[in-house]
Design a protein around this ligand. Structure first.
Ligand code: MRU
Length: 370
């Protein structure tokens, strides 16, 4: 690593039928690369969160569909080929419900693969599309960094050399995408340009993507940061210690409602109450062009109770898990919440910054006209 960000998913250089990815389960303690060569393995990697984060989930699904074409080619006829693809698509889409990037990538693959006349052509198209999805994700995040940088520069002018304090939640860093990250891209760009940024990293219970992944990314990059309990954000805002909030999103409706990791909504409420700008950084692959009402329509993932009742960490060279809550207590584990558009100051996309409303979003992406 040595301070550098890293691509999170790629093809094995000497065997193009194998996908390699960073297995995030053991970070920040152990850096592991996993090899995935079947749809089943990719389904497990997404569902069990070896890979996670909306952009990376989408890119992984894109490569999963490429693996599906290789598997389907071993089937006897055209109908069997199509059947295998349809079943792989359904399996991949069922892994995690909230991030729209997943169904977007699978749909894009199915459309492209259908253009192929022969099996070989279909495999080649799926490979090209998987690479394109990954390359676009990387480029879009790089652009988000440039557009978000201007926002941080504006705040820096008012702070006259004092640190600019950014609060973020969960991990919307390069680990959550193919590279650069969404919420972290402007932070890295600001830091690299010499601005004194400091990041408040909310730990993000129950899986601690903040204290495990965002803190690791920022320390590798040399960005000053402090890990805080999730519930500390409001206190810091009341005391003038937060200049700006930037978070990512797993699905933002084209009307501006934002689904992101559970706890985001409370931060948006506190930011509004304290007059602090609350920005959401996202590539357009995270925009849902069908849903209008995020609160009513976005599916919220519910995960196992053990994630709430237990905590894990590193002890003498291995990951250990301990129980925190009483064994007999039930627990509910909602993975995401929806922040309504009126709490969002703006969206930072690959095409620029816009307001969180239909008119402003459509103006940036006119190709999605109703
Ligand atoms: O459950 P995760 O770790 O996949 O959730 C990730 C987040 O909530 C990120 O903030 C989100 O994906 C937006 S940035 C890709």
């Amino acid at each position: 690593m040595g301070g550098q960000h890293f691509r999170t998913i790629w093809l094995k250089p000497d065997d193009q039928r194998v996908v390699q990815l960073i297995d995030q389960r053991f970070l920040p303690h152990r850096f592991t690369i996993e090899e995935v060569s079947s749809v089943d393995q990719m389904v497990t990697a997404i569902r069990e969160m070896h890979v996670r984060g909306a952009g990376l989930i989408g890119a992984s699904a894109g490569y999963g569909m490429y693996l599906a074409t290789i598997e389907a080619a071993k089937r006897p006829g055209v109908a069997e080929f199509d059947q295998h693809l349809a079943s792989a698509a359904a399996q991949l889409k069922a892994t995690r419900p909230t991030a729209v990037n997943l169904s977007w990538a699978v749909g894009r693959q199915l459309e492209k693969i259908a253009d192929g006349k022969t099996t070989e052509e279909k495999i080649a198209l799926a490979l090209r599309t998987a690479k394109l999805i990954a390359d676009e994700d990387e480029e879009h995040c790089r652009m988000i960094g440039q557009h978000g940088l201007s926002l941080i520069q504006q705040i820096a002018r008012k702070k006259a050399g004092k640190p600019i304090n950014v609060l973020t939640h969960c991990n919307a860093g390069w680990l959550a995408f193919v590279d650069y990250g969404s919420a972290t891209a402007p932070i890295y760009a600001a830091h690299d340009s010499g601005l004194p940024v400091h990041v408040w990293v909310a730990e993000t219970r129950p899986r601690n993507q903040g204290s495990k992944l965002t803190a690791w990314e920022l320390s590798e990059h040399g960005v000053p940061h402090t890990v805080i309990a999730d519930s500390a954000g409001g206190h810091l805002m009341q005391h003038g210690e937060v200049d700006l909030v930037i978070v990512g999103t797993d699905r933002t409706t084209h009307t501006g409602d934002v689904a992101n990791k559970i706890g985001t909504y409370l931060k948006a409420l506190a930011a509004k109450a304290n007059n602090i700008p609350f920005y959401v950084a996202l590539p357009s692959s995270s925009i849902d062009w069908k849903m209008r009402d995020g609160l009513k329509e976005i599916p919220i993932e519910e995960r196992g109770a053990e994630e709430i009742k237990h905590a894990d960490g590193w002890l003498e060279g291995r990951q250990v898990e301990v129980r925190v809550a009483p064994e007999q207590s039930p627990a509910a584990n909602y993975g995401f919440d929806v922040t309504p558009r009126h709490l969002v100051t703006g969206l930072i996309t690959e095409r620029g910054v816009c307001e969180a409303n239909e008119k402003s979003i459509r103006a940036l992406f006119p190709q999605h006209a109703p």
